[in-house]
Design a protein around this ligand. Structure first.
Ligand code: AFP
Length: 343
């Protein structure tokens, strides 16, 4: 980042001003990217407000609807999906949206509203925790449209089926004890905290770097018996290190966020003999790829056990992937364990 621009990025500035300053590095920018981030933050504020008063309204609990993975959707899943979809489709500078809650992508139908970005979103990750007042989150990834023909031409699936390496920006919102938005546009990772008294996200972390070594081991150990031998061995060894402690919330955004700030490794390994979990649980496009971009920009790494998540080419919108992310050394340690068993 240009030093003159970096000087203006100070703690406390609001997100809109921050975007305006960072966009100075791109004099050719049309404003669509700023508009898109603006719509994401607007939707995040609306969802945050609803989550904060969740116990008061009739919005907790499950619906009778199932998503494409056969999981029963929580009311707040549907609410968050509707809020983000509306904000992005009508005014977001995008041409197509892939949502974890929708089986098919959503097209921007009117040519005059079509922008040059394709967005993936997990509107409410960790929603099975919502009834217990546990942190949940939203994850988003922003790609450049690949379909030729300009706004007159409809977008296509290939605009969404891109490897994480092609992400223009990625981020998440964690609805926790405070609401935070963390994002990267490929140069540093920024963290903003929502000041609800003024309704603005203010810069609280100007340059997040994953501390290393040490930190938290974060994995659902109740699946220990289902993992492959190298993964079991790696987890046991990390658990025994003196500078590691265990924490697992079961809400990826919150687990990832803690480890981004404190170091360590988050794992969701495959369970080779368990139907539906042979590639783990997490979704490549909606969860793994955006988080991999953030981990990598913060000096860490995310892997599927064999290669960097950013290099994995998606075949389908709802592909799942094993996921190991955090300190570069810890992720490489797991990769090497897996490799040593294959050799
Ligand atoms: P839900 O959105 O159904 O709560 O799933 C959340 C999630 O995809 C991810 O946020 C967690 O890391 C992971 O599932 C937790 O899964 P386990 O309950 O199997 O540990």
């Amino acid at each position: 980042m240009d030093e003159e621009i970096a000087r203006h990025i100070k703690k406390g500035i609001d997100l809109r001003r921050h975007i305006a300053i960072t966009q100075r590095e791109h004099p050719q920018a049309t404003g669509e990217f700023s508009q898109l981030l603006g719509q994401i933050t607007l939707a995040a504020k609306i969802v945050s407000r609803e989550i904060n008063r969740a116990g008061l309204g009739d919005i907790l609990g499950k619906t009778d609807e199932e998503n494409v993975y056969g999981e029963r959707q929580a009311r707040l899943d549907l609410y968050a999906n509707a809020v983000f979809t509306r904000a992005l489709i009508h005014n977001g500078g995008i041409c197509i949206l892939g949502s974890e809650e929708e089986s098919d992508p959503i097209q921007v139908r009117k040519p005059e509203l079509r922008g040059k970005y394709a967005v993936t979103i997990d509107p409410l990750d960790g929603s099975s925790n919502i009834d217990y007042n546990v942190s949940v989150g939203t994850i988003f990834g922003i790609y450049r449209r690949q379909t030729e023909g300009g706004p007159q031409t409809k977008a296509s699936l290939k605009d969404l089926l891109q490897p994480g390496r092609d992400l223009v920006a990625a981020g998440y919102v964690v609805y926790g004890s405070s609401t935070m938005l963390v994002y990267t546009a490929g140069d540093r990772v920024f963290g903003f905290t929502l000041d609800s008294s003024i309704g603005e996200f203010l810069l609280s972390y100007p340059n997040i770097r994953i501390p290393s070594p040490g930190g938290y081991l974060s994995v659902n150990e109740s699946y220990f018996k289902n993992w492959s031998p190298p993964v079991r061995e790696a987890v046991k060894e990390i658990r025994d290190r003196d500078d590691y402690s265990s924490r697992y919330i079961g809400s990826m955004v919150a687990d990832f966020h803690r480890n981004l700030l404190s170091g360590g490794i988050f794992l969701y390994p495959p369970e080779p003999e368990v139907p539906g979990k042979r590639s783990g649980k997490l979704r490549l496009l909606y969860e793994a790829a955006p988080m991999a971009m953030i981990a990598s920009q913060a000096g860490g790494r995310a892997s599927n056990g064999k290669k960097d998540i950013l290099d994995v080419e998606p075949d389908n919108l709802h592909d799942r992937t094993p996921f190991y992310s955090g300190n570069r050394e810890d992720v490489e340690f797991v990769e090497n364990k897996i490799k040593s068993w294959e050799d």
